[in-house]
Design a binder for this molecule. Structure first.
Ligand SMILES: Nc1ncnc2c1ncn2[C@@H]1O[C@H](COP(=O)(O)OP(=O)(O)OP(=O)(O)O)[C@@H](O)[C@H]1O
Length: 234
C-alpha cells in the first residue's frame, strides 16, 4: 500500500509503465514512482534513449498511453477525459521545448498572450499587462512588439519561456529547454528557473543533457533503460 500523499506534493507518479513497438514491443518506462514537491527544481537526466522525454510527455498529460497513476496537484489525472486533461494542462502546466515553436509572424507579445487568451479568464488588457510583466522578467520587454521571427535564437527561447509562464502554472516542464542555447542564454534561463522555484514557489521539472544545468537544480533523477537508477540531492 502507498503512503497517503503529503500536502506539498504537486506531481506524483505511481508505478508508471509504458511500452513502444519498435518494431518489437519493449518497455520504455518501467515502474516509475516519485513525488515532487511545490517549489522544487528537479532535473531528469540519463543517456540518450533512456526514456526521459517519454516520461516528461506522460507527466505533462500529453501522452496518456501508459499504465500506473499520475497525480497533478493531488488530483488523479490518469484516466481523465481528453478535454479535462487539456484544461488541467492549460491551468497547471507550462511547457518549454528545445525548439521554441513561436508563431513567427506574430509579435513576441502576442505569442506570450495566446495561452491566456485561450484560457479566457482575464480581459485582453489584463493579459497584455501580464505578458509585458513576463517579458520584463526575462529581460526582453523591449522586443515585445517585434515579430518573433526577427529575434535571435536565445531571445526566442526566452519569449517561449514567458509564454509558458503566462498562466502562472504550478509546474513548468522543460524538454531540453537550454539545448539550443549558448552559455549566456543558458545562464539567463537557469537563473529564471531558480527564481521561479525559490521566489514564486513554482515547480520546475526539466529533462537535460547539460551537467551544469542538472547541478543547478535541487534534485536530479537519473534514468537508464526506462527505470530510475539514482536520485541525487544537489
Ligand atoms: N513513438 C515511438 N515509437 C517507438 N519507439 C519510440 C518512440 N519514441 C521514442 N521511442 C524509443 O523509446 C526510447 C526512449 O526514447 P526517449 O525519447 O524517451 O529517450 P530520451 O532519454 O529522451 O532520449 P534523448 O536524450 O536522445 O532525447 C528510445 O529507444 C526511442 O528510440
Amino acid at each position: 500500500m502507498y503512503q497517503p500523499m503529503k500536502n506539498n506534493v504537486v506531481l506524483a507518479t505511481r508505478s508508471l509503465e509504458k511500452y513502444f513497438h519498435d518494431p518489437v514491443r519493449f518497455k520504455v518506462l518501467d515502474d516509475i514512482s516519485f513525488e515532487i514537491h511545490t517549489g522544487e527544481f528537479v532535473t531528469i537526466v540519463g543517456k540518450s534513449g533512456s526514456g526521459k522525454s517519454t516520461l516528461l510527455y506522460c507527466l505533462s498529460t500529453m501522452d496518456t498511453n501508459y499504465s500506473g497513476e499520475l497525480y497533478i496537484q493531488q488530483q488523479k489525472v490518469t484516466g481523465q477525459k481528453l478535454d479535462t486533461l487539456a484544461q488541467i494542462r492549460n491551468q497547471s502546466i507550462g511547457f518549454v521545448f528545445q525548439f521554441h515553436y513561436l508563431l513567427p509572424e506574430f509579435s513576441c507579445l502576442k505569442n506570450v498572450m495566446i495561452p491566456a487568451l485561450k484560457l479566457g479568464r482575464l480581459s485582453y488588457p489584463e493579459i497584455e499587462a501580464k505578458a509585458y510583466d513576463k517579458l520584463r522578467m526575462l529581460g526582453i520587454a523591449d522586443q515585445a512588439l517585434k515579430d518573433a521571427s526577427k529575434l535571435s535564437g536565445g531571445q526566442q527561447q526566452r519569449v517561449a519561456i514567458a509564454r509558458a509562464l503566462i498562466n502562472d502554472p504550478a509546474i513548468v516542464m522543460g524538454d531540453e529547454p537550454t539545448g539550443n542555447l549558448d552559455s549566456k542564454n543558458t545562464a539567463i534561463v537557469l537563473d529564471m528557473f531558480r527564481q521561479l522555484s525559490e521566489e514564486f514557489g513554482q515547480t520546475i521539472v526539466a529533462v537535460t543533457h547539460d551537467n551544469d544545468f542538472a547541478k543547478a537544480s535541487q534534485r536530479t533523477i537519473e534514468m537508464a533503460d526506462g527505470r530510475i537508477v539514482q536520485v541525487l540531492n544537489n
